[in-house]
Design a protein around this ligand. Structure first.
Ligand code: GAL
Length: 670
């Protein structure tokens, strides 16, 4: 009996040391990826006490759909339990989310769609032998807006010592692929440029290589001259026609030559605009000083030598309807209806002259509605005056953002600040109403004695790519606003094929601005995209022939971001004169293979891994990509030939990290 009691006591003792509870919040939650904000420990996403339908929880993981957190269990966990639900902090909105658990890749539990006010749902699963558990919050079918999701009281019961850890399948370590530019000159930038007869002409010849450098251009059409020191070509071309100009850049180490085709006719923006826009970085805190500093940094950093040329002011150069900030308050327009910039900007012509003086171009922003999305003065009723102002000041680009135009359609009082909401998608899905305001401004822009690139921003309503050209649009957003999250970039990327056929020189689908570097909409932080995700983002936007508008603080360019934005072989894919947009020609699991036809008959191919597992395969399906015969395969990020393949018997070894990319160019060889 005594022996038995001892044995019993020993058994209970071992059980008590070896079985234990591990709370999810004891693990490193920063490994989670989520659609918005940062993973929150024992608090809601907004840092408040976790509250689900009035019930408050002390412990847990506050996140935002779409969210994923992987925990490595190594077979040690017996069970997992939690109380899940939408946090009360998003009252007034309509969130919906689905909590899911995946054990070694297999779905083992789902909450079903949960909405605001639903009582917390209990989740209790056994995990015997499971190596990896993934906690997912999927969006509940209505987009992931305001999906603040709580895994409250989340905990594991485990056997033995706690070896549980979270794991991020996507590496966080930045690495540089773009080789340094050589000291010898190399011409960069677009190979074709469009101008309308009589419009002021400004084109900067760009090149990498040691300075000082001198520039020359042979065969310029009558009316144009080049400044040999700066490489800026200016003047006016009066005769329509296509002019082949021979450009040269010379420094102590040598001379580079290349042709530029100047097309004087009806069309502009013959390659996708490349530059910077203030929104993703400064949002409502933009000022003329910040814009000038961005322009200076673009030049000083050397980015300008790779073809980056537009400096675009977004919302908040105008006076604002409801801001308390005195620098945003003032008369919206003068007696004749001409817009008055806010005091942060003052003299718009001086700003344009400054930016032009650096060899760059300048853009600005308005809305066809009475108010911009930020509540500043829009162009409704003053389209003629505004187009005239932009031209008179010397602006080269207009982003025209739908914002409050929906209220105009719905007959709401246009100028009553109390009754007009800023952003409304109303009406944009009806073709005629969607087209109308863009045509009005497009016509006025065309009447100006200046070329102004016209960028339509209405988030893709009424299939804008089908009619954007008919209102003189040069590019158009195909999507809602991008954010610096994997979910945002992925969803936008996967949605681009539908409009691809409409891309052509002078007409570009715009999947929104770049989210690399220090971004933050007035709240600066390093892009939350992982390094591989950033390579994928830039590769895809290049394949898509998308306008490339940097959205980061130009004064805080780090080496990794610089490497992303200065790879001339990648940029060449974007700027290719044929102007086609890549589409996905093959899908293997979560690997999508995009192909873009290039002007010289070669093909840019992106092996894009949207999955959480790395891809390692021996690739042979070249026929599916429209590739046949012997090929030289070049890795564009590394600027190195990889191998030669003959499609009949060679296979290409393709290794791609999770959320990463291989961007190759295939050139036929005889
Ligand atoms: C949004 C637009 C953004 C930015 C913002 C300014 O509608 O999509 O890119 O321009 O308005 O208020």
């Amino acid at each position: 009996m005594k022996k038995f009691l001892y044995a019993m006591a020993f058994f209970l003792f071992t059980l008590s040391v070896s079985a234990q509870t591990v709370w999810l919040d004891q693990l490193d939650l920063s490994a989670a990826t989520q659609g918005y904000g940062v993973p929150s420990k024992n608090k809601s996403l907004d840092g408040k006490p976790m509250t689900i339908a009035g019930q408050v929880f002390e412990r847990g993981f506050g996140t935002h759909a779409v969210s994923s957190l992987t925990v490595l269990l190594d077979g040690k966990a017996k069970s997992f339990s939690a109380q899940v639900g939408i946090d009360d902090e998003v009252k007034g909105h309509d969130p919906a989310a689905d909590f899911e658990l995946y054990a070694d890749g297999k779905k083992i539990w789902s909450s079903g769609t949960m909405r605001l006010g639903d009582a917390a749902k209990s989740c209790n699963v056994t995990l015997d032998g499971v190596k990896k558990l993934e906690l997912v919050v999927a969006d509940g079918g209505n987009g992931n807006y305001y999906d603040h999701a709580d895994w409250a009281n989340a905990k594991f019961e485990i056997n033995g010592a706690n070896t549980l850890k979270t794991f991020s399948p996507v590496s966080n370590v930045p690495y540089i692929l773009t080789p340094k530019a050589l000291a010898t000159p190399k011409l960069t930038g677009p190979k074709v440029y469009g101008v309308r007869p009589g419009s002021p002409f400004q084109f900067l010849v760009t090149a990498t290589g040691d300075r000082p450098m001198t520039f020359s251009a042979k065969g310029l059409p009558k009316g144009l001259t080049i400044n040999p020191k700066t490489g800026i070509i200016t003047g006016k071309v009066s005769q329509t026609g296509t002019y082949t100009v021979s450009l040269a850049a010379k420094n102590a180490k040598g001379t580079a030559q290349r042709s530029l085709c100047i097309v004087c006719g009806d069309r502009i923006a013959l390659t996708p605009p490349m530059g910077w826009n203030s929104w993703n970085c400064f949002a409502n805190e933009v000022s003329a000083d910040k814009v000038k500093r961005a322009a200076n940094a673009l030049v000083k950093s050397g980015l300008v030598n790779h073809g980056w040329s537009y400096i675009n002011v977004d919302d908040f150069w105008e006076n604002n309807r409801d801001s308390k900030d005195p620098s945003l308050r003032g008369k919206f327009r003068d007696e004749a209806g001409y817009i008055i910039p806010n005091t942060r900007f003052g003299d718009m012509k001086a700003l344009a002259d400054y930016v032009h003086g650096l060899g760059l171009k300048i853009g600005l922003y308005s809305s066809p509605g009475p108010w911009t999305c930020g509540g500043c003065a829009g162009s409704f009723g003053y389209e003629r005056q505004d187009a005239e102002s932009y031209a008179k000041w010397g602006f080269d680009y207009l982003k025209y953002d739908w914002c409050s135009y929906g209220n105009v359609i719905n007959g709401l009082p246009e100028n009553d600040p109390n009754k007009v909401s800023s952003l409304s998608y109303n009406g944009g899905n009806e073709l005629n109403t969607a087209i109308k305001p863009y045509k009005v401004m497009g016509d006025y822009l065309r009447k100006q004695p200046r070329d102004i690139v016209y960028s339509l921003c209405q988030y893709g309503m009424s299939d804008v790519w089908k009619w954007g050209d008919s209102v003189s649009g040069n590019c158009w957003r195909t999507t809602n606003d991008i954010t610096d999250t994997w979910v945002s970039v992925k969803n936008i990327a996967l949605d681009q094929d539908k409009s691809a056929a409409w891309a052509k020189p002078g007409n570009w689908n715009d999947p929104d601005m770049l989210v690399v570097g220090t971004v933050g909409w007035g709240n600066p932080h390093k892009s939350k995209l992982k390094p591989d995700e950033q390579y994928l983002h830039i590769s895809l936007w290049s394949l898509f022939s998308a306008p490339l508008l940097i959205g980061c603080d130009m004064e805080q360019l780090d080496d990794f971001t610089y490497n992303l934005l200065t790879n001339d072989e990648v940029i060449e894919v974007n700027q290719d004169s044929l102007g086609k947009q890549a589409t996905c020609l093959q899908t293997i699991g979560e690997l999508r293979i995009y192909v873009k036809e290039l002007e010289d008959g070669t093909k840019a191919v992106g092996f894009c891994n949207f999955g959480l597992d790395s891809v390692d395969l021996s690739y042979k399906d070249f026929a599916k990509l429209g590739i046949s015969g012997k090929q030289i395969v070049r890795d564009l990020w590394r600027q190195k030939n990889v191998c030669k393949v003959s499609t009949w018997n060679d296979a290409l070894s393709v290794k791609i990290p999770a959320h990463g990319v291989l961007l190759y160019k295939f050139t036929s060889v005889k």
